[in-house]
Design a protein around this ligand. Structure first.
Ligand code: HEC
Ligand code: HEC
Length: 442
């Protein structure tokens, strides 16, 4: 609406002037063909100018999409390339790797089909149930287990007693700058709307999680299989310490191996990720890279087929899109987010994205039993609606990667999704093919 108003008000103010000029042109004084030609060219130029201004000032535009290693405009291509190089750079014992870790570089687990994407690399979380209270208790030293150590004396085996185990595949970080730029209020409004449009059957939970760089102020979680983080800085700093063992200014203390200190094997002074000669730490670089990635692009050829279009309509009609939300608009440029530590820039603000997720937690019958740290015990068996953008690049589906095809993933949905899945079963085989064709375009 705003967009239309903008265009109309500007055009109407100029209309009398243009009409005046046209009248002059049609008078004999300006009748030379060259003058008329120049004037028409001028009119065309003004027209394009208006369209350009209207588009630039319009309230919301599509976020740039592509698997092309090009910046979305948040930083220059040069900064993007050098930040991506840090994301891809392996750590060594000399730079602080370990003493316990899961990978040497970010790209090791985020690479499909370009740096930042998904992978079949997984991490294990573990804990057990307190027999007296029935509540979840994390394994000693935290739920995240580690599979590599820099010294053979370090015991990496998860004891039998930690019998609640969750294997989670690496998610994609592509387009996460736009996801971060979604206002809390937008996600809360989606949460309020869900029971209304589903006769009370679906009610996603917005889990409040700490923002590490803003004194642990709470924000609506959106990243990871359990929406366990809300800011790109927090997730990156967390991944650096937890997956690679690199202490940093947000997480300055080394992990323990199942509660036992491994400090004696670490010869690098903490925090290991300091500001480098250029003034930036590696966490700063990961953040630049992640925020500057484009959103996953669709397969335009498949998307344009009549089958995919019909499938898209079915996806909405039978209620998949109640959780897998089709379109979300990011907060306007200038909005302060992440506890005031980040101001949404032009490149990320006012953008329409198609993540096919509400970023909320749901009971789907696939819960892994591990609560979100700050979310309380009721989140133990809830999972975040998996964003379906980039779906075609994931070789194995669902958090545990045990569903080999989208159809098998759909058939695992129960709990809150039960009535939607009942509708899926009622589709004719032709309609099922259409729905799956749509999914294959994502
Ligand atoms: C050993 C594999 C591994 C390494 C190394 C790794 N990650 Fe991850 N990453 C994962 C897994 C697994 C998840 C999903 C975890 C979950 O939700 O429990 C994930 C999720 C993420 C997410 C959330 C994406 C989203 O939208 O859901 C971000 C951001 C991220 N990683 C950043 C990084 C950065 C930055 C590095 C390097 C410092 C890194 N990761 C290194 C395995 C890894
Ligand atoms: C109640 C909310 C809800 C509804 C309704 C729903 N989903 Fe999901 N969907 C989820 C959640 C949550 C996950 C992740 C579950 C997990 O990993 O354990 C998921 C995962 C998926 C995946 C796997 C994605 C991946 O990357 O692993 C596909 C495919 C999928 N859903 C398609 C659909 C389709 C098609 C429909 C409609 C027939 C649908 N979903 C309805 C919540 C929902």
């Amino acid at each position: 609406m705003k967009h239309d108003t903008f265009e109309i008000s500007h055009t109407s103010r100029l209309t009398p002037h243009i009409l005046g000029l046209v009248r002059k042109i049609s008078s004999r004084k300006f009748s030379s063909p060259i003058v008329v030609g120049c004037f028409l060219f001028f009119l065309l130029f003004i027209g394009f100018l208006f369209i350009g201004v209207a588009v630039a000032a319009g309230p919301a535009r599509e976020a740039p999409a592509g698997f092309d290693n090009l910046t979305n405009g948040y930083v220059s291509q040069g900064v993007y390339d050098s930040a991506r190089a840090i994301f891809e750079q392996p750590e060594t014992v000399a730079t602080g790797l370990g003493p316990i870790y899961n990978g040497e570089s970010c790209v090791e687990c985020h690479r499909n089909p370009i740096s930042g994407g998904n992978s079949l690399k997984s991490v294990l979380r573990a804990g057990h149930e307190d027999p007296a209270t029935g509540l979840f208790v994390p394994a000693p030293g935290g739920t995240l287990m580690h599979v590599h150590a820099i010294n053979p004396a370090i015991d990496l085996r998860t004891p039998d007693s930690e019998n609640i185990r969750s294997t989670r595949k690496a998610t994609s970080i592509l387009g996460d700058g736009f996801v971060e730029a979604i206002d809390d209020a937008t996600l809360l409004a989606i949460a309020r709307n869900e029971p209304e449009i589903s006769n009370g059957r679906i009610a996603g939970v917005a889990v409040m999680v700490p923002v590490a760089e803003a004194g642990n102020i709470l924000r609506v979680g959106r990243f990871g299989w359990k929406s366990q983080h809300a800011s790109v800085v927090s997730f990156s700093a967390d991944a650096y310490i937890n997956e690679e063992g690199i202490t940093n200014r947000y997480f300055p203390t080394e992990n323990t191996a199942l509660g036992k200190s491994v400090a004696e094997y670490d010869s690098v002074t903490d925090p290991e990720d300091e500001r480098r000669s250029d003034g930036f730490s590696h966490v700063d670089r990961f953040v630049d890279f992640i925020r500057a990635t484009k959103v996953p692009a669709r397969d335009e050829k498949i998307a344009a087929t009549p089958e995919a279009r019909a499938g898209e309509r079915l996806f909405e009609q039978i209620g998949c899109s109640t959780c897998h939300v089709t379109s979300i608009t990011t907060a306007p440029a200038g909005t302060k987010i992440d506890g005031g530590r980040f101001t949404v820039p032009e490149a990320l603000g006012d953008k329409v994205i198609h993540p096919y997720s509400d970023f909320l937690l749901h009971t789907l019958g696939t819960g892994d039993g591990v609560p979100v740290q700050s979310g309380g015990q009721t989140t133990a068996n809830k999972m975040r609606t998996a964003p379906l953008w980039g779906l075609r690049t994931r070789p194995e589906l669902m958090h545990d990667g045990t569903s080999p095809t989208p159809e098998r993933a759909i058939l695992r949905h129960s709990g809150e999704a039960q009535s939607v899945i009942a509708e899926f079963h009622k589709l004719s085989s032709q309609e099922k093919t259409e729905l799956l064709t749509f999914l294959s375009s994502l």
